[in-house]
Design a protein around this ligand. Structure first.
Ligand SMILES: C[S@@+](CC[C@H](N)C(=O)[O-])C[C@H]1O[C@@H](n2cnc3c(N)ncnc32)[C@H](O)[C@@H]1O
Length: 195
């Protein structure tokens, strides 16, 4: 896959990802339920941004589980850490990553959550890292924007169709198991690391 430069979500408008309008459009608890995230698992949120999914993820995995919040933009990790402190979320680790390097132990995560971030990945370096970090049988949980007009969201040209997203995952040896509607403007893809 060619390493095309991609626009990263602007830090200056990071707050919009935490807005009530956005949370109504895509509810983190509903999303995590759709992917069957259970108590006690280790979930890595890749491209966590300012942390819109962290409270729900922290609650879903519970005190015996762990959330690893990862982003390539350090200011977002700082915002996410502040949000977790304010909400008293104690089962979260925070990590600044690079495009092809996520400093997390191999085979250590049960679930990788990638919410509206896949379309910003450049080439397949990040997905290869996600694959390395997931344990065998681990679950990849992707949410992306439908390639259709919506009140907010990235330009249509930057979005991935379901077919394009599915192809990216298959090319990285993930077995796509389920594709579903995740709200009016988003789709979800559940895939597995088979070996
Ligand atoms: C649209 S935001 C979504 C943030 C969060 N997942 C949410 O739904 O609120 C996309 C995020 O992905 C991050 N990102 C983009 N490419 C990345 C990569 N290769 N590795 C890790 N994070 C990345 C961006 O910095 C940004 O925070």
């Amino acid at each position: 896959m060619a390493n095309k430069r991609k626009r990263k979500f602007p830090i200056g408008i990071g707050d919009t990802l935490l807005s009530e309008d956005r949370m109504r459009m895509i509810d983190p608890r509903t999303v995590l339920r759709s992917f069957g995230v259970r108590e006690g698992v280790t979930l890595i949120d890749v491209g966590c941004g300012p942390g819109a999914f962290l409270e729900a993820a922290s609650e879903s995995v519970g005190e015996n589980g762990t959330v690893i919040a990862v982003d390539i933009q350090e200011p977002f990790i700082n915002m996410a850490r502040r949000l977790a402190e304010e909400k008293g979320l104690r089962n979260i680790r925070f990590i600044v990553s690079k495009e092809s390097s996520i400093p997390v132990e191999s085979g250590s995560a049960d679930v990788a959550l990638i919410v509206t971030s896949l379309h910003e990945f450049e080439g397949d370096g990040t997905l290869k890292e996600v694959r390395r970090i997931l344990r065998k049988g681990g679950k990849l949980a992707v949410v992306e924007w439908e390639k259709m007009k919506s009140p907010i969201g990235p330009p249509l040209a930057e979005r991935l169709s379901q077919e394009e997203a599915e192809k990216m995952l298959s090319e990285c040896n993930f077995a796509v198991e389920k594709i579903f509607q995740a709200g009016k403007y988003h789709y979800g893809i559940e895939a597995k690391k088979l070996k």
